[in-house]
Design a protein around this ligand. Structure first.
Ligand code: SAH
Length: 222
């Protein structure tokens, strides 16, 4: 094989831990959407963390990805993806690319993912990881996600993977009927909230309590 990454993707070493993750952490806790389960079964999570952490990549926890940030726990990635109720044709905006793992899962379930990361070093790593995982329907940029991504708006869904309070621009950049999903709250105490943009009102539903790294303003070029 010319490209060593191809053999890495096909590596059976991680097939079993990944299947166990899907059964024990996702199905057992109520993730039901078959498409989400299939995406979580196929995306090679171990390619999105440092080689030194690969052996732990299917464990039931968040892991460090550098720059003080984390790759979210598998359950949380699956839960948030399920709450978006994707059908396959959507254009999705993600705020907080991190290592690109959630981006990869989304890219299996919708038409295109637009993802913004404020830390340049992470954005570059995510680009490399997504290429290694052979995922192409993804556009990345380094920027402040609080501003959304006007050039490609409106979106069918917006998912925020850092905790805080919503920017007003996000709802503006959603299509009618579109959903915004974020971990809302402060000081590491968040709750998933889904807001649907309806004709005259915003419908709001609250879900799991959770803890995310903070949503911050501005761009970090290191
Ligand atoms: N989805 C990621 C989770 C990464 S943690 C994964 O699967 O690994 C959340 C990320 O949000 C961090 O990388 C952090 O730098 C980023 N972030 C925080 N505030 C942001 C903002 N305003 N705009 C863009 N990214 C932001």
């Amino acid at each position: 094989m010319k490209n060593p990454l191809l053999s890495e993707i096909a590596s059976p070493t991680f097939d079993r831990p990944r299947q166990r993750m899907v059964n024990d952490q996702l199905k057992a806790r109520g993730i039901r959407d078959e498409h989400v389960l299939a995406a979580m079964s196929s995306v090679p999570r171990h390619l999105f963390v440092d080689a030194a952490l690969a052996a732990r990549s299917y464990q039931d926890c968040a892991l460090p990805i550098g720059c003080g940030q984390t790759i979210s726990q598998p359950y949380m990635v699956a839960r948030m993806t399920e709450l978006l109720e994707l059908k396959g044709q959507e254009r999705v905006l993600e705020i907080g690319t991190g290592c690109g793992y959630q981006t990869a899962v989304l890219s299996r379930l919708c038409r295109r993912v637009y993802s913004i990361e404020r830390i340049e070093a992470l954005q570059q790593r995510a680009r490399k990881n997504l290429r290694a995982a052979r995922l192409a329907n993804v556009m990345l940029k380094c920027g402040d996600g609080m501003e959304g991504w006007e050039d490609y708006a409106p979106f069918d869904a917006i998912i925020v993977t850092a905790g805080g309070f919503a920017s007003e621009l996000w709802l503006q950049q959603l299509k009618p009927g579109g959903v915004l999903l974020l971990p809302e709250g402060s000081n590491g105490s968040h709750r998933l909230v889904r807001r649907r943009k309806q004709a005259h009102v915003i419908a709001e539903e609250y879900f799991d309590a959770c803890t995310f790294v903070p949503l911050l303003r501005g761009v970090n070029h290191h």
